[in-house]
Design a protein around this ligand. Structure first.
Ligand code: DGL
Length: 264
């Protein structure tokens, strides 16, 4: 048993979509969330730059005393996961990958779309995952242009956000796809708009948050580092950006927790 916190890291607010699933599935686990904020967005940056940010973030989380790190960012995972795992060999590090596998296993039309950042879509990791699971399946790669900025500015409930989503997703409707994979952790915050655009087209929207939480649960058991069942979880938020960014993280997380409570 180990009551130390789990560390979750993202370029900004996006990883809160993973944090939410961890809170839901593992209510006794304390979590320290690091939202970089200073260097966000990562999507258009080079692998080297992103790897350096990911190392800095992991160093910080380790200094905070975490027992495990969840890279709640597809872009940072594709760039840096192998570097992080070789630097911190004894600590479990969980990465996030677009849910290409479940989409490929369940598609009937044999055409799927993956929405992700430019970096993720051109990464070796993405190419090898599609080569492995998408034999005979057409994978349309689409960058969610502007999506990350909308979420970072807290504008996801606006009509402007809907229009941005519509302009990216509508062209996919005539492509015969039956799955859209959300391959960036910011995108689940735009899910209501995505679902509104695809309504009536028989297209499932898939993200990785829940699957990652289950993987974390499994690893906690495997390494015997789960928190005690009477442990009261604490949530902390840190950032490389200014104080207001951190306050914003806290406020958003509070909103997510309130919403989770209404679901129970
Ligand atoms: N949330 C991130 C992801 O999952 C990256 C967003 C960005 O910084 O571009 O890919």
């Amino acid at each position: 048993m180990d009551n130390r916190p789990i560390g979750v890291y993202d370029s900004g607010f996006g990883g809160l979509s993973v944090w939410r699933e961890l809170c839901r599935l593992l209510p006794h686990e304390s979590i320290i969330y690091l939202g970089d904020g200073k260097n966000c967005p990562y999507g258009g940056r080079s692998r080297e730059e992103i790897t350096n940010f990911a190392i800095e973030a992991t160093e910080r989380l380790v200094a905070e005393g975490v027992k495990m790190v969840v890279v709640g960012c597809n872009t940072a995972t594709t760039a840096a996961i192998s570097t992080l795992r070789s630097r911190w060999e004894s600590m479990p590090i969980v990465g996030l990958e677009p849910a290409v596998k479940p989409a490929c296993l369940t598609t009937e039309s044999r055409r799927i779309a993956v929405l992700a950042t430019a970096h993720s879509l051109r990464s070796d990791m993405f190419l090898s995952t599609t080569a492995r699971y998408a034999e005979g399946i057409e994978v349309l790669k689409t960058v969610g242009e502007g999506f990350v900025d909308i979420v970072e500015r807290g504008e996801e409930s606006t009509e402007k956000a809907y229009e941005a989503v519509r302009s990216v997703v509508e062209p996919l409707l005539s492509e015969g796809i039956d799955k859209i994979v959300l391959g960036c952790t910011h995108y689940p915050f735009l899910r209501p708009h995505i679902e509104r655009v695809v309504a009536g087209y028989g297209i499932d929207v898939i993200d990785s948050g829940e699957a990652v939480a289950r993987r974390v649960e499994w690893l906690l058991k495997r390494y015997k580092i789960a928190a005690r069942s009477d442990h009261k979880a604490e949530y902390r938020f840190i950032s490389f950006a200014d104080k207001s960014y951190r306050a914003n993280l806290e406020a958003r997380a509070k909103g997510i927790i309130e919403k989770l409570k209404t679901e129970i």
